[in-house]
Ligand binder design. Structure first.
Ligand SMILES: *Cc1c(COP(=O)(O)O)cnc(C)c1O
Length: 399
């Protein structure tokens, strides 16, 4: 399996890397990447098997360790992110868990931003302490809180930006400096920004993770995740964890997500453009109490967003005047935009976080995060923006 032409593209711009990056071809010379649905590999001789196992021959051994289709996905996203190495996982949560587990041991300490995806918060608040890893949650937008929380045994700092669902923007470079000061690793969950609009490694972060389930698939088909970082840590800490505990991505999912990467820039650009139009429309509506969009000048952290992001977002957060009742009336009156907790999809999807994704964290935690009963999170899809605007306008009138 060789394709010398396609391994040369280190200077490719993102859109090119996303079409050609990482491609290896079988002796058939297929145009589209092959899906290697195989558990294992055969060797021509006992000596060849020995060489594979002792690392003299770098070929594949078993798909829990590595697989050709998964490797193509890893190489492609690695080029886009500008990372030395990547490991793909079965889901975004497997990637989060992997990045944290590969960073800490009993007696260590983790600092995380409070505004985390629900399951990420569970790992930090509930799971890690069970194994003797202490965690502190801070208001991610307040740099002083990060500074005050780190200790000599802090090994990982963890944040999302923009956050879910209120789209707060956290100053990644400032948090990276704090991480460096104590020798901790900064892990950034970059799902909401997408790799197109934010490159945490270039801002000083040590690890970037994605739920590939979201924009990378972008068409609602399969779950996946990826951890990107430096070669040394991936080889020495991440790879053994994957190899021996099995959170790897399936070759089928890798193939779907690999094809998803090809169209990622086009989809994200179109979805962001439509999201910007919808945000501008909603901002002028009397029934909308609050509109949060990282691409607008009235965003609470607009200046940081401009500095660290190359585009707005495919996501819009809005607070409907009149609490849960009014928010439900609005959501139920939408025809085109569907009710779902997913995001980054070709189909526009809306969520009422207080009663769904953020129901389990409780009222107090929601209040702390600004997740009121009127807050809605809209993931803008690939429909004609005019149709989306008409749907939103009609639903607002129905409140
Ligand atoms: C969806 C999501 C995850 C979890 O990803 P899965 O693929 O669903 O496991 C983690 N972080 C963020 C920000 C997400 O949106």
């Amino acid at each position: 399996m060789t394709d010398t032409k396609n391994t040369a593209g280190t200077n490719w711009r993102p859109a090119t890397a996303l079409v050609h990056g990482g491609t290896t071809r079988s002796p058939f010379g297929e145009t589209s990447e092959a899906m290697f649905l195989t558990q294992g590999f055969v060797y021509d001789s006992a000596e060849a098997a020995e060489a594979r196992f002792n690392g003299e021959d770098p070929g594949f051994v078993y798909s829990r360790y590595a697989n050709p289709t998964v490797a193509m996905f890893e190489d492609r996203i690695k080029m886009l992110e500008g990372a030395e190495a990547a490991r793909a996982t079965a889901s975004g949560m497997a990637a989060v868990n992997l990045a944290l587990m590969a960073s800490v041991k009993a007696g260590d300490h983790v600092v995380a931003a409070k505004a985390l995806f629900g399951s990420c918060r569970y790992i930090c608040e509930t799971l890690l302490p069970r194994f003797g890893v202490e965690s502190t949650l801070v208001d991610g937008t307040d740099i002083e809180q990060w500074k005050a929380a780190v200790k000599p045994n802090t090994k990982a700092l963890f944040l999302e930006s923009p956050t879910n669902p209120t789209l707060e923007v956290i100053d990644i470079a400032a948090v990276a400096e704090i991480a460096k000061s104590v020798g901790a690793r900064l892990i950034v969950d970059n799902v909401f920004a997408t790799p197109m609009y934010q490159s945490p490694l270039s801002l000083g972060a040590d690890v970037v993770i994605y739920s590939a389930t979201k924009h990378i698939d972008g068409q609602g088909r399969c779950l996946g995740g990826v951890v990107l970082s430096d070669e040394e840590w991936i080889t020495e800490e991440v790879m053994p964890f994957v190899k021996h505990t099995g959170p790897h991505m399936s070759p089928f999912s890798a193939w779907v997500l690999l094809k998803g990467l090809e169209t990622l820039p086009l989809r994200v650009a179109q979805q962001t453009n439509s999201a910007g139009q919808i945000a501008d429309f909603l901002a002028g509506q009397s029934k909308v109490k609050r509109l949060i969009y990282p691409g607008r000048d009235d965003h609470p952290q607009a200046e940081i967003a401009k500095r660290q992001m190359r585009g707005g977002s495919t996501m819009v957060a809005l607070e409907i005047e009149g609490g849960k009742e009014a928010a439900f009336r609005f959501v139920n009156a939408l025809d085109l935009i569907r009710i779902s907790n997913n995001l980054g999809d070709a189909k526009s999807l809306i969520t009422h976080p207080a009663t769904t994704t953020h129901q389990s964290i409780g009222e107090e935690a929601r209040a702390e995060l600004g997740i009121t009963d009127g807050i809605l999170r809209l993931s803008v899809g690939l429909e004609d923006p005019q149709d989306l605007l008409e749907d939103v306008e009609k639903a607002l009138a129905a409140i």
